[in-house]
Design a protein around this ligand. Structure first.
Ligand SMILES: *Cc1c(COP(=O)(O)O)cnc(C)c1O
Length: 410
């Protein structure tokens, strides 16, 4: 592949090309960080204005009924259900990923009361690890966190494991687990499977129901574009809903919150995993954001995501050879929706790229990460981003002092 017209042709033939119109995107820049914070979908500002000015502004507290605020956690959950292959009444939107993970892991331990082990991989997203460890501490000394390298997971599953808890796509390397096969392996040992879909929901079909996944959580502000701090979603397979218990038994998970009863009775379905009052502004933003997925074929989304990644890697190999970059993500089906590269000066290189309008991010210790959101990225964006990366490396401009200063958030 030699010239940019190849990328232009791919864009012309792209069945998802029109979806780009559904977003506000930076003018003249290339946004490759939608796996960390998705851009603003065009449907969001008018929706937020309506909620502020009409619903909250005029109808005030009656909006809980009149505008269905109270139903939003379940209603937005139904929209996400299609994106993750869940059935009706299996997904609800509430709290953050960290909190939902805590709730579902605690429920999983109670669903397998004779077992004492949570199995996860050696280097997951840190919050997943912190929450899991702390939960096990609370449960007592006989409980154990077993951590192994990804390829050792099947062998580490035995009849002591209550739940296999994994991130579907690794946030550093972009490596994607075989969700169906590992879920099956967990079930063969009588363990439950819990998946963190933070880096896959909204970028590919997931098929939770088809794979008989037991429990899952996922992020609202990454590929789902729900906005900074958007609430996350959780999934509980129908077969577990009667028995699974929420350790944070808040009033909105009660069967009848407005009975104000002193005894707790969980709601019948997945709604029992709600806790407190839902954040309506954030939920409304996420609800409107999900309109960007309307009519989108998820298989097509995945196909494009892989093709964007393939083009990115191909161009890096051709244009950035000999610059000390190493490819840190898998090729083909084993890759999620991002490309990861490795360089010892990764942080400064990413900063220099951002100064040129190409926004990726850096993950310690040495990962340059580029999220490829297939709903709004074009093949020419990928093409041009790699040209900018080459320019940064060739010029050595990343060595400038200003690119070494680190903010609190990387
Ligand atoms: C982004 C992400 C989170 C975020 O957790 P919050 O509690 O919502 O901040 C958790 N886990 C993984 C794997 C993530 O990628």
């Amino acid at each position: 592949m030699l010239d940019r017209s190849v990328a232009e042709a791919l864009d012309r033939d792209d069945p998802l090309a029109l979806c780009r119109e559904r977003f506000h995107l930076p003018v003249g820049g290339i946004y490759l960080d939608g796996n960390s914070l998705g851009p603003v979908p065009r449907a969001v500002p008018p929706r937020l204005r309506r909620v502020l000015e009409e619903e909250w502004g005029k109808d005030l507290i009656s909006s809980w009924n009149r505008h269905g605020w109270i139903d939003l956690p379940r209603q937005v959950g139904e929209k996400i259900a299609r994106l993750v292959g869940a059935g009706a009444g299996e997904v609800v939107v509430t709290d953050s990923v960290s909190i939902n993970l805590f709730k579902l892991l605690a429920a999983a331990l109670e669903l397998r009361p004779e077992r004492r082990v949570i199995l996860c991989e050696s280097n997951p997203f840190p919050t997943d690890l912190y929450v899991t460890r702390r939960l096990l501490e609370l449960r007592g000394e006989s409980f154990e966190l077993r951590q192994v390298e990804p390829e050792e997971l099947p062998a580490a599953l035995d009849r002591d494991v209550a739940v296999l808890s994994l991130c579907h796509v690794d946030f550093r390397t972009g490596r994607r687990h075989d969700l169906a096969a590992l879920t099956r392996a967990a079930h063969e040992q009588g363990a439950l499977a819990l998946w963190d879909l933070s880096h896959s929901a909204g970028a590919m079909p997931i098929g939770l129901e088809a794979a008989q996944v037991d429990l899952a959580v996922g992020c609202g502000y990454k590929f789902l574009n729900g906005g900074p701090g958007a609430p996350s979603f959780l999934y509980v397979a129908r077969c577990h809903q009667q028995k699974a218990r929420n350790p944070l038994a808040g009033w909105l998970g009660h069967r009848d919150p407005f009975a104000f009863a002193s005894g707790y009775e969980p709601a019948p379905g997945v709604g029992r995993f709600l806790c407190g009052t839902p954040p309506i502004l954030s939920l409304a933003a996420l609800d409107a954001a999900l309109e960007a997925f309307e009519g989108v074929d998820l298989a097509e989304l995945r196909r494009k995501s892989l093709a964007l990644g393939e083009l990115f890697l191909e161009r890096v190999k051709e244009r950035c050879a000999g610059q000390g970059l190493e490819i840190a993500c898998p090729e083909g089906e084993e890759r999620g929706s991002q490309v990861s590269l490795r360089h010892e000066a990764g942080y400064a290189i990413v900063q220099a790229l951002i100064a040129r309008g190409v926004v990726g991010d850096f993950r310690a210790p040495d990962i340059l990460r580029f999220g490829l959101a297939p709903l709004y990225l074009r093949y020419i964006d990928v093409w041009d981003a790699v040209e900018q990366l080459r320019a940064v490396l060739e010029s050595g401009e990343w060595r400038e002092e200003r690119f070494l200063r680190r903010g609190v958030v990387t």
